[in-house]
Each structure stands twice: as structure tokens, then as C-alpha cells.
Design a binder for this molecule. Structure first.
Ligand SMILES: [Zn+2]
Length: 206
């Protein structure tokens, strides 16, 4: 049975991936534990909220996406289905780029092909944003995700993608440590749980 995860409105995403596409893969909790997997993208609205938290759209933009989804529920459901397929493909490609399956690359390439042309830069709150050609706004949350994934792959940085040493967690991250020693998605989370468990096992053994 899947765990019903809380909405991103009440529990914001933990940005531990170090790269947008990796944070996107981590929208599934307990990735490695099939029966306990926690789906956070339970509706298009959650995808829009996630995009808001990750800075893909601002708060007004996230609201506009939710309004658009309410007007076009079938199109929104189709984008959500695409998002989930894309997430599965990215999870596999980015953790083992050398073994990327052509079907997974096709999923990534299909979204890349629909993503708008980036035609310039415009000042935005806290920096700059791309100016883009018009395309279906509902897919907007996915574009920066596929651009980021493509840049990770093209730059070779995807070789630095690691996953949490807790096999049930399996959250992914860009390991920027010098000797690639990062083990945990978060020391405060899986790292501490592991330490506590080891301590418990040791004290029981003695
Ligand atoms: Zn973890």
C-alpha cells in the first residue's frame, strides 16, 4: 500500500538533490521501497506547488498553473502522467547514464522537443529568467527539469549522481564532495537514523 504523503502546501519539498532534475526524481519518497513508496505528485496541483517551491514559477505563476489546470482538467492529467513517466526515466538515466535505455531517452527527448525555445533573458525577482516562445503553459514545470537533466548528462556531471545509502530511501543527489564520500540524502534524516540503529544494535549485542 502506498503511503499517503502530505501536500507540498503543508510540507514543502526537501531540496537535497543539488540539481533541479534530481530534486524532481525525489518527488517520490522511499523510492527504493516499492510497497512503501510515497507519491508526492498526487495531482497536477501538487506539481504546480512543487514548481513554486523550486522557483520554476513564482507564487503568482503557480496559481496561474492551478487555474489553467482547473479549466483544462484532461490536459492537466495528461501532463501529470507525462511528469510521472519522465520522473521514472530520469531516475534510471541519471543514476546510470552509461546504461541509459533508449526508451527512457525517448521519454526525455519528447519533453525536450516540446520545450520552448529560450530566446533571451529578462530581469526577474532575485535574478534573471528566460524569455521563451509560447507553448502549453501546463508543461512549464517540466521544462527546467529536462534542461537541467540534459545539462547534467552533456556536461558529464551525471557521473557524480549518487543515491542515499539507505536502500529504502534511495533519494538521489549530486555528490560534490571531493572524494565522493557523500552517503546520505541528509545527515539529519537517513544518516541519523542509521547511526541510531547501529547504536541500538551494538547496545543490544553487548
Ligand atoms: Zn535518505
Amino acid at each position: 500500500m502506498q503511503t499517503q504523503a502530505p501536500s507540498y502546501a503543508v510540507r514543502p519539498p526537501k531540496r537535497i538533490g543539488g540539481s533541479l532534475s534530481l530534486d524532481f526524481v525525489n518527488t517520490e519518497a522511499w523510492r527504493g521501497d516499492v510497497p512503501q513508496r510515497g507519491e508526492r505528485l498526487t495531482s497536477y496541483g501538487e506539481l504546480a506547488l512543487w514548481a513554486g517551491h523550486l522557483g520554476i514559477v513564482d507564487r503568482a505563476g503557480a496559481r496561474l498553473l492551478a487555474q489553467e489546470a482547473a479549466l483544462r482538467p484532461e490536459a492537466a492529467a495528461a501532463v501529470l502522467a507525462t511528469a510521472l513517466r519522465l520522473r521514472g526515466a530520469l531516475g534510471r538515466i541519471l543514476t546510470a547514464p552509461a546504461a541509459a535505455a533508449s526508451e527512457d531517452l525517448a521519454v526525455l527527448n519528447a519533453v525536450l522537443a516540446r520545450a520552448p525555445t529560450r530566446t533571451g533573458l529578462a530581469p526577474a525577482k532575485g535574478g534573471f529568467a528566460w524569455t521563451m516562445t509560447d507553448t502549453d503553459p501546463l508543461e512549464q514545470p517540466l521544462w527546467p527539469v529536462v534542461w537541467d537533466a540534459a545539462e547534467l548528462l552533456v556536461s558529464g556531471r551525471a557521473e557524480r549522481v549518487g543515491s542515499c545509502s539507505d536502500p529504502d530511501c534511495a533519494w538521489v543527489f549530486l555528490d560534490t564532495s571531493r572524494n565522493r564520500s557523500r552517503r546520505w540524502c541528509s545527515m539529519a534524516d537517513c544518516g541519523n537514523r542509521h547511526k541510531a540503529r547501529r547504536h541500538y544494535e551494538r547496545s543490544r549485542a553487548s
